[in-house]
Design a protein around this ligand. Sequence first.
Ligand code: NAD
Length: 251
Amino acid sequence: MFDLTGKTALVTGGSRGLGRAIALALAGQGAEVAINYRGNAEAADEVVQQITSDGRRALSIQGDTGAGREACEAIVKAALDGLGSVHILVNNAGITRDNLLMRMDADEWDSVIGTNLSGPFWMTRAIARPMLKARSGRIINMSSAAGRMGNPGQANYAAAKAGLIGLTKTTARELASRGITCNAIAPGLIETDLTADMPPAATEALTAATPLGYIGSVEDVAAAAIYFASDEARYVTGQVLGVDGGIVMGS
Ligand code: NAD
């Protein structure tokens, strides 16, 4: 589809779900991939093995993207050391800690903002310098339809994902003159472990509100990521692409 031969990528939260599918899709187009994971080394190694058995270079990097500046700098450094460069950063790692606004406690708020918003900020800060030097780069942020339309029980998550759109647009504006693009993907309901835990009534309501009428697959989202990563997308920056069955139709 898109030729990523000779490109290197770092995908956060890449051991399962959307991150795993994106890592495999990038490698499928020829990229070498560093897979960041927080806890499940076995799952990360399985992704690495799948990529290397297809003849591409890959490595896994343990690290908590929600743990602040130093943790994110260490992940970026490990990727640069291992791959020699990072052309593509996918800020995918994310968590949910759902609760109604009136019941949400400080830990639920802080942990989701920390991983879903501060994480991409510190990862972007850390990768910006080498990308500026290289005068090229692709930063892809995993937002959500919830960040564009809100979602009951997800004040923390929706705020982080909306904030990530602001971070995407500002990064795009600040780094554009050096050939670096920054875009966001805003998936709707996609079948992963994250959504498997949702109450069936919530899944049914969201599916009913989705014009295309079904839940998306991880491959639907990965296709958008490899487009944003490609040379063909060089004139596209600061955009939010809904991969959401039409649940959000922005102008
Ligand atoms: P998932 O829970 O299956 O995978 C998320 C991955 O991120 C896991 O491997 C997890 O270990 C990792 N992770 C979480 N916190 C981390 C941290 N602090 N440091 C490093 N890794 C960490 O979820 P998913 O459905 O694949 O979601 C991936 C991204 O897509 C998330 O940002 C999520 O918010 C977003 N998203 C998902 C959906 C959906 O319907 N599945 C919809 C919209 C947006």
